[in-house]
Design a protein around this ligand. Structure first.
Ligand code: ARG
Length: 379
């Protein structure tokens, strides 16, 4: 095994620079979370009809943990230092002065919570009550990084109140009654569940390209959240993006950079901002379309889409980790000079995602760069 011990340094500017240190999530005690305004789960065949909550079946959790541990080993064998969160008992009820929530969720997808930009790791606000306290799973690591790296900027975005006023009333109930053209109107205007009362965003609604951040307005990220990020990163360019997708949340199966000059789009999620494509073209980037998954349907109890085949993690600009059964993506990458490393990972999907979701960058080599110097006005 390669030597992975190294001095802690927090730094990552983009999704592709050579990876040296990362956090890999755990599936332990993940919950089908108790009902809350922002989340509805409905898996009657697996014993979780609408409103029912409880832990994921033990056998599923064990299989997911096996694949997560294996992925951690593969990363280490490639010289990457791997840290793991400390799971809490996510079956416990939590509360703030504003609300009580019967269960938490888990800590499989650190990407959702932790946003590394430069020397800062920012804890996102999160917009589910079941995920409000998820940051506690990462505090042992972040506290250690703070001790070890004098350059580490340890930050948290303002915790949202998440009162009833944060969510549009009866969003899901109303959605079910809408005709297709009414649904399309909501999709086109990205008028999702969050109100604009307070800034909300998940870290996985952000994709990093050095000086440029793309931030998706979604079911978990509102305009106020995007505005907060703009003010928080005055030296970066924050591009608000939206796609033709029903109830979007998280961008890492939608816009996937591979290296400077090469980006993959999701073929069915048409960008609603034309300027996005223009920006890449203007700067001479090649755009490739992700192929369909080899799967014909999702794993049971999976709240992610079938597009987790595009949820890849870059080891460096020439090497990416890809789910082991996803030959079409691997072939596409190989054709473009990117070597795919297959990693069996589909047992993890029900716990919140793929290879990108299940990780959060701590250190990538490289520096702050402007990869898209020719900007598009108003974008
Ligand atoms: N909405 C995306 C999909 O289902 C999200 C993938 C999960 N991403 C994450 N960071 N948890 O395709």
């Amino acid at each position: 095994m390669a030597e992975t011990a190294q001095r802690t340094k927090v730094q990552s500017w983009n999704e592709w620079d050579p990876l040296k240190h990362i956090i890999v999530g755990r599936a332990d005690t993940t919950m089908v979370q108790a009902p809350e305004p922002a989340v509805q789960r409905n898996w009657p065949e697996q014993g979780f009809p609408l409103g029912k909550y409880g832990p994921y079946p033990e056998e599923m959790t064990a299989k997911a943990n096996e694949q997560l541990d294996n992925f951690a080993k593969i990363l280490e064998s490639r010289g990457v230092r791997v840290d793991r969160p400390t799971p809490l008992d996510y079956s416990q009820a939590v509360q703030t002065p504003d609300w009580k929530q019967e269960t938490m969720f888990g800590c499989m997808p650190p990407r959702d919570l932790l946003l590394t930009v430069g020397h800062e790791i920012l804890e996102a606000t999160m917009s589910f009550r079941s995920r409000w306290f998820e940051y506690l799973s990462y505090r042992p690591l972040l506290e250690q990084y703070f001790k070890d790296d004098p350059g580490f900027l340890y930050s948290a975005a303002p915790k949202p109140r998440l009162t009833e006023g944060t969510y549009k009333k009866d969003f899901y109930k109303k959605w079910e009654t809408l005709a297709d053209d009414e649904k399309n109107k909501i999709i086109e205007s990205s008028d999702w569940i969050l109100t604009e009362r307070e800034p909300c965003f998940d870290a996985a609604d952000i994709v990093r390209f050095g000086k440029d951040l793309f931030v998706q307005k979604s079911m978990v990220t509102n305009d106020a959240g995007i505005d907060w990020l703009r003010r928080h990163y005055p030296d970066l360019r924050v591009h608000k993006v939206r796609y033709k997708e029903t109830m979007p949340w998280h961008m890492d199966t939608t816009l996937v950079p591979l290296r400077p000059g090469l980006v993959m789009f999701n073929p069915v999620r048409t960008p609603l901002e034309k300027a996005q494509q223009e920006l890449f073209e203007k700067n001479g980037w090649e755009i490739i379309l992700g192929p369909k998954s080899v799967l014909s349907k999702k794993r049971p109890m999976t709240f992610c889409s079938i597009w987790l085949n595009l949820n890849i993690l870059s080891l460096d600009p020439k090497t990416v980790f890809v789910e082991a059964s996803e030959e079409p993506v691997m072939e596409l990458f190989a054709k473009h000079g990117v070597e795919p490393i297959p990693v069996p990972f589909y047992e993890v999907s029900p716990f919140g995602g793929g290879l990108h979701c299940s990780t959060a960058d701590v250190y990538r080599e490289g520096k702050f760069e402007d990869y898209l110097p020719k900007q598009v006005d108003g974008f």
